[in-house]
Every structure is written in structure tokens, then in C-alpha cells.
Design a protein around this ligand. Structure first.
Ligand code: SF4
Length: 473
């Protein structure tokens, strides 16, 4: 499809450039053209921005953290809730003056909002020149050239193969201690409230050996923690084309754990229907695989879980929690909760509160239901819970979680933990900040040594609902 926008020239969809040999971006003086990326949403998006930065720098552009220096301004967007998209639209308004001062400035939208709205975004947001979905980042240099020639450019093709496994991410805003490694892309679950399957496509797992190689490289560069990322890491499954051996998530965890005992491994996000006993026993077997699991439950009521198409019920989730605590007794579990889902009654809301108490979550991400266009729920169910009830239920869930987090942290007072130091505390330069295996933030008085990237033992002397306070021993 070709559309003419008189004041902005023509859209040239990427596939029309397919097959055209790609020339190095004509930047005049090599390496002067600067790109600026702002990332929103989940860890997957932040990890993708590092892939994008790598592709652009491979093609002669260099990163800048100063938006005023940018020749190419990219927003890596999120679409999980209406609010996330509103944030992007507001940000675009703030960039209007930049384009006025620099008409050559290219503005591009990446990520899930780009994938969800596609070229409609060019009509809605005149400032935007480039719309690129999560599977089309390799095409960026081509698309930028298209814009250089006066066209608007769009590529929102969703792939069944793309994992960017051969691209070494450029670490952005990194503390040099912990890094993300994306192990798979897409999601085959069809939770009725979720846009991800539409914005990130079908599941595909990355070659396990490229993941291990990336972890090794990061360790050699001084990183001491990696987080393995996927929408649903438990369904990771990669078949070795040479040997036909199939590597599961438990198998991959073990392979990464064997890189080096001082390389800590975290992972996100798990799915209650797919997490296996093998994964739990592998976590228990290796000290460097963290005793922390993020296990979204979304609701505590089986009827609502069915409407959400989560494919498990309340009893299944509680059984998974019992399994986790029996195999890894000091494991910390966090969760995601959506309150006020279509037709949720007060009793059903109480089920969510009681499931939280049963699960003893150390922390959670909590939201009220935000209907997303195109999702199963938007098509089938009325968003019938009034906003004030959604907000009241959300406040009850947040209040309960704060209690649970306080109790969880109070129980750590007097204990000693192995802490990986990430840097100084945001609140005070006098304090070091790090995390223990349970993913809890721990602060302790800073002495002379530079402890960034080091493991130290900290005895906990006090706690709040968000932080453990201690002293180095
Ligand atoms: S598991 Fe469900 S909530 Fe998570 S990304 Fe997939 S569809 Fe969305």
C-alpha cells in the first residue's frame, strides 16, 4: 500500500525496498550522526534498545544521551496500558520544538505501540518519520535512508525466526555489573487482556550457545549478573539443528550457571502453567542462580483467571507456590496483579487478597485493568467495573502488598546475605547499594574501598517495606 501525505512526502513501506542492496548510511563525515534512544515499558524493551544501538553504531551512527545533540531521536514504546501510550504522545509534543529548530531531525517510534498502531501513527503524529516494530530493527539503516530521501518509513513485519542472536547488544545506561540477555521473543499465550502476542508475535527461542557466549563475554567484561529475558521464559525450547538435542529452560539455566560461579543468574518472566520442577531443582542446585522467581498470578479467583485465559486456576497457582517453597525454602516470589477485571465481584477481589497472603509475595507489580484494543477481552467482555471501584481495590492490594513486603523484610533482620554491590545508594552517597539472591535491595555504610561489582557479606540490622539496611561483616 502507498499513501501520499503532501506535507510530509510519501510513505515507502520497507518491503518495497526489499532486495535493494543497502549502502552505508551517507553521513558525510563518518560517525558524526548521533542517535538518542528513550526506552519505556518492560525489561525486554530496554534490552531491545541495546540491540538497536548496536545496529546503528555498526552503521556509522554514535549514541548520545543529550537529546539536543540527536540527529535521530528514537522512542522505544510500550503498549501494555493506555497510560503507556499517552506517555509517548505527551513526549512527542515535548519534541515539537526540537524539530522546529532542526528540520533534519528524524523522529522514530519503535516497540509495541509502533507495532500495534503501525502506519496509523504517521497520520496521528505528524512529527513521526519512522515506525518500526520489534522484529524489524535490522531494517533500521534502510528505513533511515528512506527518510533521508524524503519519505516516511514503516516496517512492522512480525517474524517467526528473528531473535537477533548474532547481534552483540550495546550496553546502554549500564552500571557495568548487571546486564540483560534476551533468550526468546514473542508469546504464544493469549491472555485475554494482553497486547503482547499482537505486538511481539509468536514465540521463538534463541540458539542456546549464543546465549552462553554472551554470558561468557559479559563475565570477561566484568559483569557479575545477567538476567535472562523472555515474555514466558519457562516455555524456552531450542532444538540444536546439528544434534536435534532439545534444550529446555532448565537446561539453559544450567548451561549459563556453569559459565562461572561468580556470575549470578536471574530470569524474568515465568508463567505458572509452564514452570517445572526441573527449573526449581536447577535453581536449588546452583548457588549462583538466584533464589528469586517473578511469577505473575494476575488474579486469585479461578473464574476471573478463566476469563483472563491464564490457563491455570487458583489451586494450581497455590500448588506452584508450595512447590517453590518446598524445593527452595528461602526463595522470594514476586508477582503481577490486575484488579477490576471485567465482571470481577468484591468476593472475587477478596480471593486475590487471600492468595497474596497465602503466597507471601516479597513484592508485586499491581495495576487496575486497562482495556486494550484488539485483545480478546476487549472483543468479548465489557469493561464494566467503575473506575472508583478499580482504584479502591487497587489501593487495597497495594496496602496488603506493603504489609507483606514489610513482614518479608523484617524476617531478614539479623540474617547475613551475600550482596552484589551495584553502586552508591540513590538516597545517599554515604551508602553502598546492592541486592541479595532474593532480589532485595540492601544498603550499607560506604567505606573507602570501591566495591562496585564485588560480592560482600552484609548483616541486616533494620528494614523498611522496600529496603534492607545492614552493615558489612
Ligand atoms: S504470558 Fe500472557 S500476559 Fe504475559 S506476555 Fe504472554 S499473553 Fe501477555
Amino acid at each position: 500500500m502507498r499513501q501520499d501525505f503532501p506535507e510530509t512526502g510519501q510513505i515507502l513501506l520497507a518491503e518495497e525496498r526489499q532486495g535493494e542492496a543497502f549502502q552505508a548510511l551517507d553521513t558525510g563525515i563518518q560517525g558524526t550522526r548521533k542517535f538518542y534512544i528513550e526506552s519505556y515499558g518492560c525489561q525486554m524493551n530496554f534490552s531491545d534498545s541495546e540491540i538497536v544501538a548496536s545496529i546503528l553504531s555498526e552503521n556509522g551512527l554514535s549514541p548520545t544521551k543529550d537529546v539536543l545533540m540527536a540527529d535521530l531521536l528514537l522512542l522505544n514504546t510500550c503498549s501494555i496500558r493506555e497510560k503507556a501510550e499517552e506517555t509517548i504522545r505527551k513526549r512527542l509534543k515535548e519534541f515539537r520544538s526540537l524539530k522546529k529548530n532542526n528540520p533534519e531531525l528524524i523522529v522514530g517510534l519503535l516497540g509495541c505501540m509502533a507495532e500495534r498502531l503501525k502506519d496509523k501513527l504517521l497520520e496521528e503524529e505528524k512529527l513521526v518519520d519512522l515506525v518500526v516494530g520489534p522484529d524489524a530493527y535490522r531494517e533500521l539503516p534502510n528505513l533511515i535512508q528512506t527518510v533521508d530521501e524524503g519519505f516516511k518509513a514503516v516496517n512492522v513485519f512480525l517474524s517467526r525466526e528473528e531473535t537477533y542472536s548474532d547481534i552483540a547488544p550495546m550496553r546502554l545506561d549500564s552500571n557495568g555489573v548487571s546486564a540483560f540477555i534476551s533468550i526468546m521473543r514473542g508469546c504464544d499465550n493469549m491472555c485475554s487482556f494482553c497486547v503482547v502476542p499482537f505486538t511481539r508475535g509468536r514465540e521463538r527461542s534463541r540458539n542456546a550457545y549464543t546465549i552462553v557466549a554472551e554470558a561468557k563475554q559479559l563475565f570477561e567484561q566484568g559483569y557479575r549478573e545477567v538476567t535472562l529475558l523472555g515474555q514466558n521464559v519457562d516455555s524456552y525450547k531450542w532444538q540444536n539443528p546439528e544434534t536435534s538435542d532439545v534444550i529446555s529452560f532448565a537446561g539453559l539455566l544450567e548451561m549459563v550457571a556453569l559459565v562461572h560461579p561468580d556470575l549470578r543468574i536471574r530470569f524474568s518472566t515465568s508463567h505458572p502453567k509452564d514452570i517445572t520442577v526441573q527449573v526449581l531443582t536447577t535453581i536449588a542446585k546452583y548457588e549462583n542462580i538466584c533464589n528469586y522467581i517473578h511469577l505473575p498470578c494476575q488474579s486469585g479467583n479461578s473464574r476471573i483467571l478463566k476469563l483472563m485465559n491464564r490457563t491455570y486456576d487458583r489451586e494450581w497457582y497455590m500448588q506452584k507456590i508450595e512447590e517453590i517453597y518446598s524445593i527452595i525454602p528461602d526463595c522470594a516470589v514476586s508477582s503481577d496483579m490486575i484488579t477490576g477485571f471485567c465482571s470481577e465481584s468484591d468476593e472475587e477481589h477478596q480471593d486475590t487478597l487471600s492468595l497474596m497472603k497465602f503466597s507471601k509475595f516479597s513484592m508485586s507489580y499491581m495495576f487496575f485493568y486497562s482495556e486494550r484494543p484488539g485483545t480478546l477481552a476487549a472483543k468479548k467482555y465489557e469493561d464494566d467495573i467503575p473506575l472508583e471501584i478499580k482504584k479502591r481495590r487497587l489501593n487495597e492490594i497495594i496496602a496488603l502488598q506493603n504489609q507483606l513486603s514489610s513482614i518479608h523484610n523484617k524476617q531478614d533482620v539479623g540474617k547475613k546475605f551475600k550482596v552484589l554491590v551495584e553502586g552508591k545508594s540513590k538516597k545517599s552517597d554515604e551508602m553502598w547499594k546492592g541486592r541479595n539472591s532474593q532480589n532485595k535491595v540492601i544498603v550499607f555504610p560506604a567505606d573507602q574501598d570501591n566495591l562496585v561489582g564485588k560480592y560482600v557479606t552484609v548483616e541486616i540490622t533494620d528494614s523498611t517495606s522496600a529496603t534492607l539496611i545492614g552493615r558489612r561483616v
